[in-house]
Design a protein around this ligand. Structure first.
Ligand SMILES: [Zn+2]
Length: 849
C-alpha cells in the first residue's frame, strides 16, 4: 500500500511539473490532470473550461431545459407495493449509441420494464422526473408485495428514523421489520452505459427468482434503482445531459432536472446504502475515497460500512473470472490523498452520505466510449461491454447482499447519524486504525455552529436571493423555520419573518456543507479531483449570519416555501428604481424590456422604470421576487434595450445567461467561419470555442463590426486570449495554477461590475490582469483564498500570493471604440454562484452601450 502510494505520488508530481501549470498568457487552461494511473473519470471528460456549447442544438436544449420544465417534485404515492405504472414507450431510435455496444437502448427500457411489471408483482416502475431533453426518468422498486397498511408502516418507520431517532433506536418492531432501503443510480454519465444494463439484469433476476433466499431478501429489503439518470446522454453517447451539464457535479446546485429527480428519490427513500455506477477506469474502482474527506460527514459511521462493502464488491468481481476483474482499486486503500477525494457534495454518493446513506462511486473497468467507441471493432466493444455489465451487476448484487447481511448495523448507523444531528453533538474524532488504513491523513472535523439566520428586512442584502436559498435548503430536506416575532441572537436584532436554520437537526451535515464558508485545504493535499469550494452562504447572494453558540429563542414556524419577496415600495406616480444586485433583478429587468417598457439606466447597477409602467413592474416584482423602490425625482438615465448577445461560451454559461432572461446566439470559430450571422448583435461573450486568429476574413470582419459598435465580455484564458489577439484592452492576463479553484475574497472598486457586488467570488483556473489603460472593477483581496485549493506552481508563481491585490475583473473602452469587460473569476460556473450573476449581466448591459 505504501509503495503504491509513493509511486502514485511521484507520478502526480511529475504531472504537476509538466502538464498542470498554466503560465502567464497561456493559450488555454491546462486540464486538471488525473494524478494516478486510474483516476481517469474527470480527466477523460471535457474539462469545464474547455467545454464550449457552440452548436445551436446545445443552446436550444439548454433553453428547453429551462423553460419547458415546470419544477415538479416527485413524491411517492401512498399505496402498497407493487405500485405499477404503464410507462410511456418512445419510438425506436436506431441512432441510440447503446445499440452498437449491444446494450439496451433507451427506447427499449420502458417496454422491458412494462413486461417485468406484468410478469412480477415484485417490480414497480414510476417516472420521477424528466431529463433536460424531456425524457422520462424511471425509478424501479423491487420488493415483496406490501399492503397499503404495510407500506404506510414502512413510511412511518422511515420518518421516525429521521424525526425521532432515539425512539427509532428503541423500537423493536422497527428493528425486526423495517425493510432495508438500498438505492442504485446508474448511467448518470450518459456515455458510461453499462450500469443500466447491470441494473436491468438485477431487476430481472430479483423479479423471477424462485429460491427462498431471494424471497426472504425481498421480504426485508426494498431495492430502488434509477436505471438511467441521463437518458439524453445515453442516447447521444455524451457524458453530459441535453443541456450540456455534468449531472454528477450538480448536487449542491440542483440546476438540472436529473439531479433534482435523484435528490427527491434519495430523500423519499432514505437508503442506507447507495451505488452510483460509472466507468471507465481501466481497473474497476470502488469507493470509499481518499482524503480530504468531507468535514461534515459522520465519517466513522460511513467508513465502518463503506470499506467492508467495497471489499465485498471487490470479492464479487474477482469471482467473475475475467482477466480484467482480478482486483479493484479502492481509493481509500490504494490511492494517495487528493487523487480521488470525497470533499465536495457535488457527486451523487457524497450527497447521499448527507442524506443518511453509505454512498459509493463504482467505476466499471473497460473503456467503450469516446475514441474507443469510434475506433475499436464492434466485437471488442461488445466483449468489453459484456465484462462491464458483469461488473455492474456483480457490484449491485454484492451491495444488496451487504445491506441485507448488515441491515441492523446500517439502520442503526443511519439512526445514529440523525440522532447526533438532533442532539447537536460535536463532530466525532475518529481514532487511527478505526478501520484498516485509517490514519491522521483521513481525519477531518468541523465545529458546527448553533444556528444560521437569514435575516428579513433591511439586514438582508437580497430578499430574492434569500428566498431562493431558503427554497433550495428546504428542497434538500434541510429544516428551516421562520421567526414569528422579532428576536436577538448573538448580539444581533432580527425582524419577525427572518429565517432560522437551527443546526440541531437530523441533516445538519448537509445544512453545514452548504452554508459554511468551507476551508482552505491547499496545504493538506497536493491536488484535488474537482472543485474544493462552493459555499452557498458566500456565493448565492443572500445575507446569512452565523450564531456560533447561542440558540435562537423565538417562536418559529416550519417553512415549506419561502415567503414572497416581490414589492413595489414607492408612492404612486413616482418612477421606480430596481438595483441589479441579483440574477433575479436582472431577470425582472429583462422581462420589462421584453414587454417594451421604456427602461432607463442611471448607472450600471440601477434601472429606472417610468411611473406609467407601475402595473408591469408589480407583475414582474411578484413573479421574480424583486423589490422596486422610489427613484429619485428627476433621476434621468439613459434609455436602453435588451442586448442581443452572441456567445462563444460553455454550456453552463449559456444556461446561466438564459436563467437571467437573456437571449443568446451560440457561436464558435467554426460557426462564424461558416457564415453565422452577427447582424444586430450588440455584444459578444467569449470564454471558449472562439479564437480570433483562426477567423477567416469574412468572419473577422463581422466580429470586428460588433467590437466597434458594441462590446465584448470575456471570461477565463480563452476570453483573455481573444482580448489580446483582437487588440481590445491593454491588459495582460496572468494565469493562476490551472487546477486552482474555490471561494475568494475580493474588493469591489469599479462602477460597472464592482458596485454593490459581493465581497466574495468564485474562481477556477483564476486569472488576473496587469497593465494600465483600463478600469479595475474588482481586485483579489490581500489573502484571497477563503475556501478551496490553490497552490503556487513549483517555481513559486501562479499562487494566491501572486494574485493578492491584483485585478480580477477589468473594464474599459477598447482601441476599436467599443467596450470590454474581462473576468478572471467565474461568475456563472456550473450555474452555481447565483450571487455573482448580476456582475456578468451588468457587464453585458454596459458593453452593449
Ligand atoms: Zn462517470
Amino acid at each position: 500500500m505504501d509503495l503504491y502510494r509513493s509511486l502514485t505520488g511521484a507520478f502526480a508530481v511529475g504531472l504537476l511539473t509538466t502538464g498542470l501549470l498554466t503560465g502567464p498568457a497561456a493559450a488555454g487552461p491546462a486540464p486538471v490532470t488525473p494524478a494516478s494511473p486510474s483516476t481517469r473519470d474527470f480527466g477523460n471528460g471535457p474539462e469545464r473550461n474547455q467545454t464550449a456549447a457552440t452548436t445551436p442544438e446545445a443552446g436550444a436544449a439548454a433553453l428547453r431545459s429551462l423553460e419547458a420544465q415546470p419544477e415538479s417534485r416527485w413524491t411517492p404515492r401512498r399505496q402498497g407495493y407493487p405500485r405499477q405504472t404503464e410507462l410511456r414507450v418512445y419510438p425506436e431510435n436506431p441512432a441510440d449509441k447503446a445499440i452498437k455496444l449491444g446494450l439496451i437502448p433507451y427506447h427499449a427500457i420502458a417496454p422491458r420494464l412494462n413486461e417485468l411489471q406484468d410478469a412480477s408483482d415484485r417490480v414497480s416502475a414510476e417516472v420521477v422526473g424528466r431529463s433536460a431533453g424531456g425524457r422520462d426518468l424511471y425509478l424501479v422498486t423491487v420488493t415483496a408485495p406490501e399492503t397499503p397498511a404495510e407500506a404506510a408502516r414502512q413510511d412511518r418507520w422511515r420518518a421516525l428514523i429521521e424525526n425521532n431517532p432515539v425512539a427509532a433506536a428503541r423500537d423493536p418492531q422497527l428493528r425486526r421489520s423495517y425493510k432495508t432501503p438500498v438505492w442504485i443510480n446508474a448511467n448518470i454519465h450518459g456515455d458510461e452505459w453499462e450500469g443500466t444494463d447491470g441494473a436491468m439484469r438485477v431487476i430481472e433476476r430479483l423479479a423471477s427468482a424462485r429460491d427462498t433466499e431471494t424471497k426472504r431478501l425481498l421480504s426485508r429489503t426494498r431495492v430502488y434503482l434509477t436505471v438511467t439518470n441521463n437518458p439524453d446522454g445515453r442516447i447521444a453517447g455524451t457524458r453530459a445531459n441535453g443541456a450540456g451539464f455534468d449531472i454528477n457535479r450538480d448536487h449542491a446546485t440542483s440546476s438540472q432536472p436529473e439531479s433534482r429527480a435523484v435528490r427527491d428519490v434519495v430523500i423519499a427513500t432514505q437508503p442506507v446504502v447507495m451505488l452510483d455506477e460509472h466507468g471507465y477506469t481501466g481497473t474497476t474502482l470502488i469507493e470509499p475515497a481518499t482524503p480530504p474527506h468531507g468535514q461534515n460527514y459522520e465519517y466513522d459511521l460511513y467508513i465502518k460500512h463503506a470499506l467492508p462493502n467495497a471489499l465485498g464488491m471487490e470479492a464479487a468481481i474477482q469471482k467473475l473470472g475475467h482477466a480484467e476483474t482480478e482486483r479493484a482499486d479502492i481509493p481509500f486503500r490504494d490511492y494517495a490523498p487528493g487523487d480521488w477525494d470525497d470533499w465536495p457534495p457535488i457527486f451523487t454518493p457524497m450527497y447521499a452520505i448527507y442524506q443518511g446513506a453509505v454512498g459509493h462511486t463504482v467505476e466499471i473497468p473497460l473503456q467503450v466510449n469516446r475514441a474507443a467507441y469510434e475506433s475499436l471493432p464492434v466485437e471488442e466493444l461488445r466483449r468489453r461491454s459484456g465484462v462491464n455489465t458483469d461488473v455492474a451487476e456483480a457490484t449491485i448484487e454484492a451491495a444488496i447482499g451487504y445491506a441485507d447481511s448488515n441491515r441492523a448495523s446500517l439502520v442503526a448507523g443511519q439512526i445514529e447519524q440523525f440522532r447526533r444531528g438532533w442532539a447537536g453533538e460535536p463532530s466525532r474524532v475518529v481514532p487511527d486504525g478505526y478501520v484498516e488504513g485509517f490514519g491522521p491523513e483521513d481525519r477531518y472535523n468541523t465545529t458546527f455552529p448553533r444556528a444560521y439566520v437569514i435575516p428579513a428586512g433591511d439586514a438582508q442584502r437580497s430578499p430574492a436571493a434569500a428566498a431562493r436559498l431558503v427554497d433550495h435548503l428546504v428542497a434538500h430536506d434541510v429544516r428551516v423555520t421562520r421567526a414569528r416575532h422579532p428576536f436577538v441572537l448573538a448580539g444581533r436584532a432580527y425582524r419577525a419573518g427572518s429565517y432560522v436554520v437551527d443546526m440541531h437537526q437530523p441533516k445538519r451535515g448537509l445544512a453545514n456543507v452548504m452554508l459554511e464558508d468551507g476551508r482552505d485545504i491547499s496545504d493538506l493535499v497536493p491536488q484535488m479531483y474537482d472543485i474544493s469550494g462552493w459555499s452557498h452562504r458566500l456565493l448565492w447572494g443572500a445575507s446569512v449570519d452565523i450564531s456560533r453558540t447561542a440558540a435562537p429563542r423565538v417562536a418559529t414556524t416550519p417553512v415549506k416555501v419561502a415567503s414572497p419577496t416581490g414589492a413595489v415600495d414607492a408612492p404612486r406616480g413616482r418612477d421606480l428604481a430596481l438595483t441589479l444586485r441579483d440574477g433575479a433583478d436582472v431577470r425582472a429587468a429583462n422581462a420589462l424590456l421584453d414587454a417594451g417598457v421604456a427602461v432607463r439606466r442611471t448607472d450600471a447597477a440601477t434601472v429606472v422604470v417610468p411611473a406609467s409602467a407601475r402595473a408591469r413592474a408589480a407583475e414582474v416584482a411578484e413573479r421574480y421576487g424583486v423589490r422596486f423602490t422610489a427613484a429619485p425625482r428627476g433621476a434621468g438615465g439613459t434609455p436602453f434595450t435588451k442586448p442581443v448577445i452572441a456567445a462563444a461560451a460553455a454550456a453552463d454559461e449559456l444556461f446561466a445567461l438564459r436563467e437571467m432572461g437573456f437571449e443568446v446566439r451560440p457561436v464558435s470559430t467554426a460557426s462564424l467561419n461558416a457564415g453565422a450571422d452577427l447582424t444586430g448583435v450588440d455584444t459578444l461573450v467569449v470564454s471558449s470555442g472562439l479564437t480570433y486568429g483562426q477567423l477567416n476574413p469574412a468572419a473577422k470582419a463581422a466580429v470586428d463590426a460588433v467590437l466597434a459598435r458594441g462590446g465584448v465580455v470575456t471570461r477565463g484564458t480563452g476570453g483573455a486570449a481573444f482580448n489580446a489577439a483582437a487588440g481590445l484592452l491593454p491588459a495582460t492576463a496572468v494565469a493562476g495554477r490551472g487546477d486552482a479553484n474555490g471561494v475568494v475574497a475580493v474588493q469591489n472598486t469599479g462602477p460597472v461590475v464592482g458596485a454593490g457586488s459581493l465581497p466574495t467570488s468564485f474562481v477556477y483556473s483564476p486569472l488576473w490582469f496587469t497593465g494600465t489603460g483600463f478600469t479595475v472593477e474588482q481586485r483579489y483581496a490581500a489573502d484571497p483564498l477563503i475556501a478551496g485549493h490553490w497552490l503556487p506552481s513549483d517555481s513559486g508563481a501562479n499562487g494566491p500570493d501572486q494574485a493578492a491585490g491584483q485585478a480580477s475583473v477589468v473594464s474599459g473602452t477598447t482601441a476599436r471604440g467599443g467596450r470590454a469587460v474581462l473576468f478572471g473569476t467565474e461568475p456563472l460556473f456550473r450555474a452555481h454562484p447565483k450571487g455573482l450573476y448580476a456582475q456578468f449581466a451588468r457587464a453585458l448591459y454596459w458593453t452593449a452601450g
